[in-house]
Design a protein around this ligand. Structure first.
Ligand SMILES: Cc1ncc(COP(=O)(O)O)c(C=O)c1O
Length: 381
């Protein structure tokens, strides 16, 4: 089955009780046994819920994975994955990841005895240099938030296999519609389903997907033990959202490609650099074409100074000034003061995250209206 058919049908069996075509919201914390020791396979709501099972089946199928696990946030999914490790283990991580990922690794997990090396994972030599006998995992984000740097999925998966590491990819920016890391041999994919998968800025969620039976059993155990599971209502919202993921992603991509090209060609007097993987000027344009089927809806802009960034930010009217991304509505964010506030200045400036950087999450509104909004804001500089 192809993507949209899976998105609409995987996990979405007509309800057995009434034939409802939408999976019901099973609002229950527990399940009655028919008699002593006789159950329908359901015992307690944290452990298992039919609406969640439907969502997990659906998400796994979209990532070409066998096992899917839904969590109450993207960070909860990341925490579950990092909980596969033990005190004393070492992890190689993409230097530029979502600020919250940096925060949980450095400010929470390091205190519990894990060690992290932050490197440019697009560069094989840098990864090989920090490999240690106790390295157990490589955690990448591609493209990264917000610099849109790519890491070669094939290279990481081969490196991980050779070095006996668990490989993890945060695929939030591409969504399963444009990129499937498991197809390249990556062990685990995580998403903040808050973003493109949810798509309507009305739910916080996360997921982890794998093809590896042993890892799946461990994640299931962790999911139940830690208990950061989504509510049945949130699972329902996400199941509804994935049905339109393909259509939404096509439109995000179309709008972003047009905006990035217009800004790159005609606005260099106001914008120092446009970061977008579809641009020939992007250093990993060829890799983007190799491992992604589209380029997504995120564009980052180097405005040259904090003052210019603020003028542009305040000048936008249709783009809402907000954290997050991936919703139908366009958003603008100043990463240094919003999403990436917890990354120290010295660290972030190493990979180009300056005070003048602006991140656009291009929505699915009409291109002409979005472009007019951007031009008006640029003219305020
Ligand atoms: C790439 C990426 N991964 C993970 C997360 C964390 O997800 P959540 O906010 O759902 O916990 C985010 C949030 O912005 C993100 O952008």
């Amino acid at each position: 089955m192809k993507f949209s058919t899976k998105a609409i049908h995987a996990g979405n069996e007509p309800d057995k009780a009434a034939g409802a075509v939408n999976v019901p919201i099973y609002a229950t914390s527990t399940y009655a046994n028919e008699a002593f020791g006789v159950s329908k396979g359901y015992d307690y709501g944290r452990t298992i819920n039919p609406t969640r099972t439907a969502l997990e089946t659906n998400l796994a199928s979209l990532e070409n994975g066998k096992f899917g696990f839904a969590f109450s946030s993207g960070m909860a999914a990341t925490q579950a994955v990092i909980s596969l490790l033990k005190q004393g283990d070492h992890v190689i991580v993409s230097a530029n990841v979502y600020g919250g990922t940096y925060r949980i690794f450095e400010k929470v997990m390091r205190g519990l005895g894990l060690d992290f090396s932050w490197v440019d994972t697009s560069n094989y030599d840098e990864i090989a240099k920090v490999l240690k006998p106790n390295t157990k995992m490589i955690f990448i984000e591609t493209p990264t938030n917000p610099m849109l740097t790519l890491t070669d999925l094939d290279m990481i998966s081969k490196f991980a296999k050779k070095s006996k590491l668990i490989s993890v990819c945060d695929n939030t920016f591409m969504s399963p519609y444009f990129q499937n890391p498991l197809d390249f041999g990556i062990d685990i994919v995580v998403h903040s389903t808050t973003k493109y998968i949810g798509g309507h800025s009305d739910v916080i969620g996360g997921c982890a997907i794998t093809n590896n039976t042993q890892i799946s059993e461990q994640i299931k155990f962790i999911q139940n033990s830690i208990g950061a599971v989504p509510s049945p209502f949130d699972c329902y919202l996400l199941l509804r959202s994935t049905k339109t993921l393909a259509l939404r992603m096509e439109r995000h991509n179309e709008n972003a490609v047009r905006i990035a090209n217009e800004l790159d060609k005609n606005w260099s007097h106001k914008i120092q650099k446009v970061y977008y993987p579809e641009l020939v000027s992007h250093p990993q344009f060829e890799l983007a074409k190799k491992q992604m089927r589209g380029f997504g809806g995120i564009i980052s802009l180097e405005m040259g100074s904090f003052d210019n960034a603020v003028k542009f930010f305040n000048g936008l009217k249709i783009f809402a000034r907000a954290e997050s991304l991936g919703g139908v509505e366009s958003l603008v964010c100043h990463p240094v003061s919003m999403t990436h506030g917890s990354v120290p200045k010295k660290e972030r400036e190493k990979f180009g995250l300056t005070d003048g950087l602006i991140r656009l999450s291009v929505g699915i509104e009409d291109y002409e209206d979005l472009m007019d909004d951007i031009k008006n804001a640029l003219n305020k500089i």
